[in-house]
Design a protein around this ligand. Structure first.
Ligand SMILES: O=C(O)C[C@H]1C=CC(=O)O1
Length: 96
């Protein structure tokens, strides 16, 4: 199951810089692990914003929910999710 996910990050301005850096380092490691596993298929920065567009390939709504709520930056994010399905004009066999 494919999902388009938008994540907007809003770290409080008064958060200690070292604490923020540690959370971001954990977020990066978590994200890259999921990318290597194939669960997090794409991640794109929205130019000019502290936000990303991502595509997840997961087995269930619950799996997506678990992945997103375990993001180290989750407490500082606004997340929106849109389910995707194959476009009839797609030439990519793995788009399903
Ligand atoms: O920077 C972001 O867009 C937020 C977050 C998502 C993955 C990651 O490494 O950081």
């Amino acid at each position: 199951m494919l999902f388009h996910v938008r994540m907007d990050v809003n770290i409080p301005l008064d958060m200690d810089a070292a604490v923020a850096a540690e959370i971001k380092a954990r977020e990066k490691a978590y994200s890259q692990g999921l990318q290597r596993s194939g669960k997090w298929r794409h991640i794109w920065r929205l130019a000019g914003e502290y936000a990303n567009y991502s595509v997840f390939d997961v087995d269930s709504n619950q799996e997506l929910h678990d992945i997103l709520t375990e993001l180290p930056l989750y407490p500082y994010m606004r997340i929106s999710v849109q389910p995707l399905c194959r476009h009839p004009s797609s030439i990519r066999e793995d788009d399903r």
